[in-house]
Design a protein around this ligand. Structure first.
Ligand code: ATP
Ligand code: MG
Length: 364
């Protein structure tokens, strides 16, 4: 998948006068982000509450109003047979012969793409009828999409339950949600997403409601889906220690922007952005060796409103490095830094390492 310069702005409801005068304000929930997710890669979006993680996921799922998507596009590489069919029925949605521009799809092409990307939420059973048996919960998407005969659907449900290690599947099919543990319930939700044979899963804080003791069994399922089935995974969490454990690459988001992207171990061991440093230093045991090198990096104040984003670098009002680096202040105040590849496959949007290079970027 390629996400290119995506902006999702929600209009703020205002009075009639402001509306007539055309003074519309926006919550800039996602404010120009780009990233790629490879096949069989786990890509993590990390950041504090309100930085735009869920909105990004909703935009990829085509769950936001298209009129709120202010710029950018999402290109997706589906299964071959899906690509071929979309190329036949809606050639204008095909980009570079191998991607589908998801926002250009309509009708059947849109339906096909919706099957290719599935999402798993924090609270999987919040929206599911507790009186449905596991079998019906997992079978439902197939019924909704009109896929398969009864026997084929049974096979598909059994395979999906096996893939999430609810085995033997027959033992679980007739159970009700309340007869399962939290970890088993979340695995049923993953099976329900898998039954449509997607190429990619989005998981939005999938273990944050689970006891720490049962998180590993769910994370292990995600890991196997990647390694054994080649699924791509976009994993959303506010917990950078968890991100390191599960992900190949991590993107750190702040106020609607990606401020740093790199391989998980690289970003944890060598964070370049002052915000990433603060996130990591707040959980010292994420990398024991870091505790010695990285003194606690504070962040000043509160997250600003996503309606009035600070000019220049949006992190500047909270940045300790800005206070300590007089020579870059002009840049920080005037110009928003874009993501720059400062080291191999390590991108950062901060003027200090951009201007000085990674070695001179130390905050302390
Ligand atoms: N439908 C909406 N209408 C208006 N504002 C919205 C809407 N959805 C989200 N927002 C705002 O957009 C910003 C980003 O929200 P989002 O839910 O994407 O953040 P998040 O990173 O997922 O946070 P959390 O960690 O709390 O789940 C927030 O300021 C939020 O209040
Ligand atoms: Mg969220």
């Amino acid at each position: 998948m390629r996400v290119e310069d995506l902006r999702v702005w929600f209009p703020v409801r205002k009075g009639i006068i402001e509306t007539l005068l055309g003074r519309v304000e926006y919550v800039r929930a996602v404010d120009g982000i780009s990233f790629n997710v490879e096949k069989a890669e786990t890509f993590c979006l990390v950041g504090e509450s309100g930085c735009g993680k869920t909105t990004t996921a909703r935009a990829i799922m085509m769950l936001v109003d298209r009129s709120d998507v202010k710029s950018g596009r999402v290109l997706f590489r589906p299964h071959d047979e899906v690509l071929e069919e979309i190329a036949r029925i809606q050639p204008n949605a095909i980009v570079d012969g191998e991607y589908v521009d998801i926002y250009k799809t309509r009708g059947r092409a849109e339906k096909l793409i919706r099957r290719e990307v599935q999402i798993i939420f924090q609270d999987p059973f919040g929206s599911i009828n507790p009186r449905m048996k596991v079998y019906d919960v997992v079978e439902e998407p197939l019924v909704v999409h009109g896929i398969g005969t009864r026997e084929e659907r049974f096979e598909a449900v059994a395979r999906a339950l096996e893939a999430v290690k609810l085995t033997p599947p027959e033992d679980f099919m007739a159970r009700y949600p309340h007869q399962l543990s939290g970890g088993q319930r979340q695995r049923v939700a993953i099976a329900r997403a898998l039954v449509l044979n997607p190429s990619m899963l989005l998981a939005d804080e999938p273990v944050s409601m689970l006891d720490v003791s049962i998180r590993a069994e769910v994370l292990e399922v995600f890991n196997e889906l990647k390694t054994k089935r080649g699924l791509s995974l976009v994993f959303i969490t506010h917990d950078i220690a968890l991100a390191r454990y599960i992900c190949d690459r991590i993107a750190v988001m702040y106020l609607g922007k990606i401020v740093e992207v790199a391989r998980a171990d690289e970003i944890i061991e060598k964070p370049l952005h002052p915000y990433t440093r603060a996130l990591i230093s707040a959980v010292p045991d994420v990398v024991p060796e870091n505790r010695l090198k990285l003194r606690y990096v504070p962040i000043k104040g509160e997250v600003p409103s996503a309606i009035r984003i600070p000019a220049g670098c949006r992190f500047r009002p909270r940045c300790v490095a800005y206070d300590e680096n007089e020579w870059v202040r002009g840049f920080c105040e005037r110009e928003e830094p874009g993501l720059v590849e400062v080291e191999r496959d390590h991108y950062v949007a901060c003027w200090i390492p951009i201007k000085r290079g990674p070695e001179g970027s130390s905050v302390s």
